[in-house]
Design a protein around this ligand. Structure first.
Ligand code: ADP
Ligand code: MG
Length: 679
């Protein structure tokens, strides 16, 4: 019987369908205990009278329940015929429900009613679970209640050996966790609130722990078994560039990251490294020098950027820096002309091109390399996991991979979504940078803001004015931006002020031309949507004005702000909003005014918006934990990570007999999140 009803479930699946709350039926109370504050209550008594009154829609059934301390009314407005047949006057019942008061007297509408089995009234010895039911389950006749019954029956035929322990003993002992069997029993049918909490903690930990062990195994097996190209030496290209063409001295952080990359690429295993460096920390030069090491060893590299503007900018700055070296650099984007494209494809395939820069056009099937040794992805949060995976198909052996991001990833996310990547952090800005001063201004101080821009331009600086993207409508977007542009022009009517504009609807060539005029200083103001959000580098720009700033996410604002403060001059970021802003928005913008630290901002952003909204994580599924939550349970996550590390350190392949249950569980693919392999 149970088996048949369970048709759509395995036992395991049913056990993993957790209740979202419990009702406490563990003690029977008296009718005289009921107060207006009483939530749900379990009573036991005899039905002493039944009456049906009213007509049609106002029809109702009232029954009187009496116990030794008093009596109250039970009322039904629905299912009256059925109730009327089912209730037997003079019989004892267990009644459960939420009392209300009517004319000063307690009553319960639509209570749960169960005949009392024995003469001695007995409460349940566990708290009753309430299960969610989806439309799909309902369609198969499975309501929350019937799931409860199935689960209850299931426990009556299972025993401890059916839910064996998988956590290492040293962890259970240290954390005082209940056994796995106990935890499962108590998450469904706890004997008390306290035992429920203990079960919940343990199962949440288990979820995190299993995920961490999986990632740990992937990472360590890659460290030991993956084969990668060996970049044996640092050769003449790198050295020549370092001594003769590098326009500044490297920061300590840049040097450290280059050493890490050098070590990875020389090790014989494939590098899979995530480089997190705050905006302006100088990741481009690290990318360039890594690509020179590849070239020194006879390998090609590619550098993939999320936007055409950024690809173009990388192309220009890299070609300039490398112009005296025998390195061929090319660019391939969606707007590359057919003939040129054909030539580039040919030269990538025959090995003539050393460094190919581009947008996602790089991952199209027909782009093939002779010897792709290093693939760098800039600002990866714009690239989907699947897209990245296609990069690896470009040669027989998987190239070394360096993923660079200026949106620091909160630690909790880094541990879950990117847990199998090695990470480098650049937490040092090049010397001489002054912190950007950020302020929040409202509409009525617009004249002062515009005056301020004017003042900065007179000092020879440049300014950005950014308009938000309205997701719902491209047309509205465009109109909004145009209005903004006209507005700015009206503030700067004199012929000596030149304004560039860039937006998503523009043709690539025109976008580029406008961008270049701003880069070269021919225009002083850049009016734009967020297309310039990442990567764009114009060190002379010192003012960033963001219109309707409350419409942006914190990390996005931080990115935009990162477009200024890239030179030696003091820079400013002005967050403009209407005169009326919600308290929440004010608070959010306040965080930005208070700190320039991208890591802190990313944490706050995650806290405020929740993990589901952080770009790039939705598809990674990093958040598909059933019970645990990476934000509210971050202490458990931290613990799980440490435990997993100490376990794998002593037993890297889980070969010790003590871990055989865990190993079996992992090998069966149980408790698996789809994100166990990201790279
Ligand atoms: P991001 O990490 O945001 O990509 P970039 O690589 O665009 O930063 O670098 C930002 C600016 O800092 C560029 O103008 C770059 O030339 C400059 N820069 C990078 N490294 C150094 C350094 N070590 N010393 C001085 N300036 C540097
Ligand atoms: Mg960059």
């Amino acid at each position: 019987m149970l088996k048949k009803e369970l048709g759509i479930f395995t036992f395991g699946q049913l056990l993993d369908l957790f209740p979202y709350r419990h009702v406490d039926k563990t003690s029977i109370r008296n009718i005289s205990d009921i107060t207006p504050q009483t939530e749900y209550i379990l009573l036991s008594g005899t039905i002493t009278g039944i009456e049906v009154s009213g007509e049609k829609r106002s029809k109702r059934l009232t029954a009187i329940l009496t116990d030794k301390t008093g009596s109250l009314e039970l009322t039904w407005f629905q299912g009256i015929n059925w109730i009327q047949k089912a209730i037997l006057p003079g019989t004892a019942y267990l009644v459960y429900g939420k009392p209300g008061f009517f004319m000063g007297k307690p009553q319960i509408t639509h209570p749960e009613l169960d005949p009392l089995q024995s003469e001695t009234a007995e409460a349940r010895n566990f708290m009753e679970p309430v299960y969610p039911s989806t439309e799909k389950l309902k369609a198969r006749g499975l309501t929350g209640r019937s799931i409860g019954k199935l689960t209850f029956n299931l426990f009556s035929i299972l025993s401890e050996k059916d839910i064996p322990e998988i956590l290492p003993e040293f962890i259970c002992r240290k954390e005082h966790f209940p056994s796995r069997w106990d935890a499962y029993k108590n998450i469904h049918f706890p004997i008390s609130q306290e035992s429920y909490e203990r079960a919940l903690q343990r199962l949440k930990f288990e979820e995190f722990f299993i995920a961490q062990v999986r990632l740990g195994l992937i990472k360590s097996s890659r460290h030991r078994f993956s084969r990668g190209f060996i970049f044996e030496k640092v050769g003449s290209l790198f050295n020549d560039f370092y001594t003769h063409h590098l326009p500044f001295s490297l920061t300590g952080a840049q040097k450290r990251v280059l050493r890490e990359i050098r070590k990875d690429t020389g090790s014989g295993r494939q590098m899979n490294r995530l480089l997190q460096g705050d905006v302006g920390s100088g990741k481009t030069i690290v990318a360039l020098m890594s690509m020179l090491i590849a070239a020194d060893n006879g390998y090609q590299s590619c550098l993939m950027a999320p936007t055409e503007i950024l690809a173009q900018q990388h192309y220009e700055s890299l070609s300039t820096l490398l112009k005296e070296l025998p390195v061929q650099v090319e660019i391939l984007t969606g707007s590359t002309k057919t003939a040129k494209r054909r030539k580039i494809l040919e030269e990538a395939a025959n090995g003539t091109i050393h460094i190919l820069i581009g947008t996602h056009a790089l991952i199209e099937q027909d782009v093939q390399f002779l010897k792709l040794g290093l693939a760098i992805v800039d600002e990866q949060h714009r690239f989907g996991v699947a897209q990245r995976a296609r990069l690896w198909e470009k040669s027989k052996l998987v190239p070394h991979v360096l993923v660079m991001t200026a949106t620091p990833i909160p630690r909790t996310l880094a541990m879950t979504a990117y847990g199998d990547l090695d990470t480098s952090i650049m937490d040092e800005l090049p010397p001489g940078r002054q912190p950007i001063l950020t302020v929040h201004r409202m509409e009525d101080s617009r004249p002062q803001v515009m005056d301020f821009i004017r003042k900065e331009i007179k000092l020879g600086r440049q300014a950005y004015i950014i308009f938000p993207l309205i997701e719902e409508s491209e047309k509205l977007n465009y109109e909004n931006l145009m209005k903004g542009y006209e507005n700015v022009k009206a503030w700067f009517p004199e012929p000596k002020y030149w304004i560039s504009m860039v937006h998503g609807r523009m043709k690539a060539a025109q976008k580029d031309e406008n961008m270049q005029r701003f880069v070269k200083g021919e225009t002083q103001i850049m009016v734009s949507t967020t297309v310039i959000e990442v990567g764009v580098n114009v060190p002379n720009a010192s003012v960033m004005v963001i219109e309707s700033a409350e419409k942006f996410g914190l990390s996005q604002l931080h990115q935009l702000r990162g477009r200024v403060g890239r030179g030696a001059e003091k820079s400013y970021c002005i967050l403009l909003t209407g005169n009326k802003v919600s308290r929440e928005a004010k608070e959010r913008l306040g965080i930005l005014c208070a700190t320039n630290d991208g890591f802190r901002i990313a944490e706050k952003d995650l806290e405020i918006r929740g993990p589901g909204d952080i770009e790039g994580t939705r598809q990674s599924g990093a958040l598909n934990f059933r019970l645990a939550n990476i934000l509210t349970d971050r202490d458990l996550l931290e613990k799980a990570k440490l435990s997993s590390e100490s376990l794998l350190e002593n037993d890297p392949d889980l070969d010790l007999p003590a871990q055989s249950a865990l190993k079996k569980y992992l090998q069966a693919g149980q408790g698996k999140n789809p994100w166990s392999k990201i790279s």
